[in-house]
Structures are given as structure tokens and as C-alpha cells.
Design a protein around this ligand. Sequence first.
Ligand SMILES: [Zn+2]
Length: 287
Amino acid sequence: MALVDWCRHCGVETRMTEEHLPPKSADNAAPITIYNEVNGELKVLRSYEQGHTIPSLCSDCNGGASKRGLPQAYATWRKDVVAHLGQWAASVQRAFGWDRNDLWLLAKSQTEAFWLPMEHGRGINPRGGVSLHPGRIVRQIIGMILAVQRTRRLRDEHPELIAAYESTGPTSLSGHSIHVALASTGTLAYFTDAVLSVTVNISSQRGPRTKPFWAIIFQPFVIMLCEGASAPVEAARIDTWLSYPDNAIYTKADRKTRYPIAHRGNLLVSFLHSSAGRAPLGEETIV
Ligand SMILES: [Zn+2]
């Protein structure tokens, strides 16, 4: 029986249901074991029979997201992006004779991320495209970031996040921004509180940054909720997708979005993974 806890979405204290993170429809239904890295050694934390879940939502909130189509929209987007990555990996293989995974090593320079141009809705079916729901995708992402929080800080101090998550019409975040990059490092990871005091000098234009941000890494995405308008690594800003109501889809003109593949030499993900197991982040790493 699930323990009584506080729901990460509505805040009520009740028995929690097991939330699938990432959604079950996004390839999270197979048996999986979570390890935590402590002093360079992997320790088994927990095994799951049917995908990774965490007891973080009440049953109303857990079921509510599916009724709104949020996990389904995220899964469709992920499938589309993975298909695009596969196409690019194949073209890299043809052009250079490299292994497909060498796509991740491409970079314009030592300090700059490689940008993968993509056209929304063209990854799965090049002729017909797919109907992506940017409003639902970004709301699902906000819901996932909130769902992994250990403390009430984000929920209580930033009510605009819940408001944006629950909104079905055009809205925006004030004071925060959401960014997505692509990375092959790690498979799944999330951070249960702000990643504080991180100093990363990623691109030549940006200096060290110590503002708090929150990260989830659900392959192939690195998703960051940041204070202010900029991200600590090169990434595509997607909180603007909140301007789309839940039932809107991209127009032809809206389709072009580019996601950066962080260069491994200055990869934030590598940095975060190297600090896995250290208090007080309390992150879990699935390998
Ligand atoms: Zn709830």
C-alpha cells in the first residue's frame, strides 16, 4: 500500500499512486532497475516490474493528465525526435562511415554544441507528418518536473507553474523558462530539488552561472526549468509552447525547431552525472 504523502500537483495529503515517469506510453513499461552511484560504485536502489514509477501523485492527478492527453502528446513528440535522430545518425554513417552513435560527438568547435535541425511533424511519417501538440507537450514536462520534487519549494513559491500546467488556454511562465537539449549520456535521471550552485561555462558567450535550475533527463531529452530566460547549456527554449492551447497543433510555419546536441567535452549532463550520489541532490540514476 502506498504511503501517505503530499501530492506534487494538487498538494493534498493522501495515499499516493505510482506515477509512470517518463509516461508509460514513452517506452517506460519494461522491467527496470535503478542504481545510485555512491563514490563511483553503483548500488541497486529499487527494481520495477513494469517501468519506472514514483509515488508522487494522488489518483485524481495521476489520471487527470491522461484524460487531457498530456503523456500521449509527450510520447508522440519523443517518438518523432527519436526518428529524426535516427535519420541523422544514418546520414552521418553514410557520409563519414562512422558508427551511428558518433552523431553525439559532432560539434562545431570544442566549446559549441552541434545543432540538429528538425521539422516538427516530419519524423515519423515524412509524407504526412504527425500532429504534435506543443501546448500539451510542455504542460506534461512541467508536470513531470513538479512530480519529482522532494520539497514543496517549486509548488509553493511558484504558483505560476501549476497554473500553467493546469491551463488549457494560451499562457506563459513568469520568471522561469524551460529548455530542451538532446544527449545520449545516461538513460534516465532526474533531480529531486534544484541543482544549486552549479558553475558551468559552456559557450563562449556565456559566463559562469549559479542560478538555480531543475533538470530531468529522459533520453533523448535533457530538460531544464531555469530561473530567468537563459539555460546553463545551449538548448532550445520551449516554454513559448505554452502559447498554444491544449487542442492546438503546429501550423506549417511553426514547425521548424532546432535542438542542440551538447558536446561531450562540456556536457552539463556529464557534470551532473559525475556528482550523482552526492548529498544534497538526492538524484536517482537509471542505467
Ligand atoms: Zn493531486
